[in-house]
Design a protein around this ligand. Structure first.
Ligand SMILES: Cc1ncc(C[n+]2csc(CCOP(=O)(O)OP(=O)(O)O)c2C)c(N)n1
Ligand SMILES: *[C@@H]1O[C@H](CO)[C@@H](O)[C@H](O)[C@H]1NC(C)=O
Ligand SMILES: CC(=O)N[C@H]1CO[C@H](CO)[C@@H](O)[C@@H]1O
Ligand SMILES: [Mg+2]
Length: 576
């Protein structure tokens, strides 16, 4: 093509969206295609963007949200209008509650046919409203580059979250010259990348607040450091490590904060959690919200006099919790300045400090009780025996550690205590909402975001079933994912009703918690050409793990669990 042909050649909006994504450095997209977005996906692939095609937008949306968390760049979800957009809301809401960056793009119906019963008509901007930071509906092709760059920027800035881009079908078919497209792309790039977005500058922590924080930590008799996904997403692991090691303060990660510092670190207070949160007098909370997972920071789990120093990117979070002190900013940057001040005037509790001793002793006690339980080979399997075998197989892999995905009630709770996380961002679980159905989407996101790592999913059979069809997606893309299903025949296990609850005309129906006993989940995987294993003994499980971990190919290991092992609703009775 000569340069004058380039000037006048026309491209359509699908192509322009793909060009905008490519220019913005987007390398992956998740979704389900159909009218009117199929050509958008094809164009994106032609420009070098990997499009991972799912069976259901819900799973694709969960994948996009987790991809945002793992990479720190917004994950993209592409859906059709109407039902596709509605299924995609699961992903957007997941991004919102977990504060992960993502952008959903749906093609919607022709603007002129809206409100007349057009195919898959929906007012998506209203539908996504509760779950997004912002949304943009483009009304003509020229608005696309600016919209794409703006949404990427908003999704990832401040507290991350989801954004939505609506492109009506008529706009998707509009064209413009390639020259005009390049000019618009340059302009958008200049506005959102070179100059940065207005109003999202990083807050600067005042010297006064820094001194106040350090003085509180120094005066504390029983200090504790808690960190979570917020510290993980801004890659603050080196700064957290320095703070912990310079001050000698014990630490407690939230479930997905696990691995920022290794679970095996001698200052890890995970196995002394009740003591640590019950007795600490000053707690530095880094990128974690004082929500239900941390018992709202309130008695009876916490002492009523505990002073919280909250490090959070979001000023609204500080206003909501009203801590002793709030340090607003990116955790990595805030900790950098905090660590610098501490270095100039160093202190360290040391291993003989009574509080550190108390935590270490308590942790040792809990660990040795737990190890006693874990050491037994219980058959038919309870939850602990197979989890120990999985833990040891994962440890055996060394570095890079696999990404562990987990959902379920007992399967997830037991996994959280038993499995050992040694590297940052290697645990993805049901998260802030306790959402079942995230599993396979998270596995796929993890595999494409971190191709050097194996992905190991530890799933309850109910949790697995929510997105089980996506095992075909694993096979289609040949992703190195081993899905281990704890098959206890139901939600929390078998039928646990009291005899007096089993009455009425439908008393012979299976219990609301029950599934078909002995379901052959491994055969489901084999149906698509993946590897399936059925295991019921320690030796069978060990050999399935050895073989599938070294093959690095899609596999489902169906682990037969005693349906009466574990607790009803895992450890969350009070929330059920
Ligand atoms: C989207 C969604 N629907 C329903 C629930 C309620 N729920 C909590 S745990 C769970 C499944 C637990 O069963 P399973 O995954 O088999 O784990 P187990 O305890 O048997 O190991 C369900 C359905 C939920 N948390 N999320
Ligand atoms: C014992 O350790 C596990 C994790 O290893 C933890 O979940 C549990 O809360 C600990 N128990 C107490 C009483 O702290
Ligand atoms: C061979 C084997 O282990 N089969 C088991 C599969 O799982 C169900 C329980 O979920 C058992 O009833 C089967 O015996
Ligand atoms: Mg189950």
């Amino acid at each position: 093509m000569t340069s004058s042909e380039t000037t006048t050649a026309l491209i359509d909006c699908n192509h322009l969206v793909a060009k905008s994504l490519s220019r913005a450095g987007i390398t992956h997209m998740f979704g389900v295609v159909g009218i009117p977005v199929t050509s958008l996906a094809t164009r994106a692939v032609a420009l070098g963007i990997r499009f991972i095609a799912f069976h259901n937008e819900q799973s694709a949306g969960y994948a996009a949200s987790a991809y945002g968390y793992l990479t720190g760049k917004p994950g993209f979800l592409l859906t059709v209008s109407g039902p596709g957009c509605v299924h995609g809301l699961a992903g957007l809401s997941n991004a919102a509650v977990n504060t992960w960056p993502m952008v959903m793009i749906s093609g919607s119906c022709d603007q002129k046919d809206f409100g007349r019963g057009d195919f898959q008509a929906l007012d998506p901007v209203t539908a996504v409203k509760p779950f997004v930071k912002t949304s943009v509906k483009v009304t003509k092709v020229e608005e696309v580059p600016d919209a794409v760059f703006q949404l990427i920027s908003v999704a990832g800035s401040g507290r991350p979250g989801g954004c939505y881009l609506d492109i009506p079908a008529d706009v998707l078919h509009e064209t413009l010259t390639e020259l005009e497209a390049e000019r618009l792309l340059d302009e958008a790039e200049r506005k959102f990348v070179s100059e940065g977005v207005e109003g999202v500058k990083d807050a600067v922590v005042s010297k006064d607040d820094l001194y106040k924080a350090i003085s509180a930590i120094r005066k504390a008799e029983r200090p504790l450091i808690v960190f979570g996904k917020g510290a993980a997403i801004c890659r603050a692991e080196d700064e957290v490590k320095l703070l912990v090691e310079r001050t000698g303060i014990p630490f407690l990660p939230t479930p997905m904060g696990k691995g920022l510092l290794p679970d095996t670190h001698e200052l890890a207070a995970t196995a002394a959690r009740s003591l640590a949160i019950g007795k600490c007098d000053v707690c530095v909370v880094i990128g974690a919200r004082l929500n239900w997972l941390l018992h709202f920071g309130e008695p009876p789990k916490w002492s009523k006099d505990v002073k919280f120093v909250l490090v959070d990117i979001d000023e609204g979070e500080i206003e909501l919790r009203k801590p002793f002190l709030g340090l607003v900013g990116d955790a990595k940057k805030v900790l950098k300045v905090l660590n610098k001040e501490i270095k100039d005037d160093p202190f360290c509790l040391g291993r003989n400090h009574p509080w550190v001793q108390a935590i270490m002793n308590k942790a040792k006690e809990n660990v040795s009780r737990m190890e006693g339980q874990l050491a037994k080979d219980v058959v038919p399997f309870n939850f602990l025996t197979p989890m120990r075998i999985i833990r040891d197989a994962i440890i055996g892999l060394g570095s890079p550690a696999p990404i562990v995905v987990s959902e379920g009630a007992n399967a997830m709770d037991v996994g959280r205590s038993v499995l050992v996380q040694t590297e940052p961002r290697t645990r993805l679980d049901a998260g802030t909402w306790g959402t079942m159905g995230v599993g396979l989407g998270y596995c796929i996101a993890a595999a494409v975001a971190s191709p050097d790592r194996l992905v190991v999913a530890v799933e309850g059979d109910s949790g697995f079933g929510f997105s089980a069809m996506e095992v075909e997606t694993l096979v289609r893309y040949q992703l190195p994912v081993v899905v281990i299903v704890f098959n206890n025949g139901g939600v929390y296990g078998g039928d646990r009703r009291n005899p007096e609850e089993i009455t009425g005309p439908y008393k012979d129906d299976p219990a609301p918690t029950s599934f078909v006993p002995g379901a052959k989940y491994h055969v489901l995987m084999e149906a698509f050409g993946g590897k399936g294993y059925l295991v019921g003994t320690p030796d069978e499980l060990k050999s399935a793990l050895t073989e599938s971990f070294s093959a690095r190919k899609p596999a489902v290991i169906n682990v037969t669990i005693d349906p009466y092992a574990g607790a009803e609703s895992g450890r969350m009775q009070h929330k059920n």
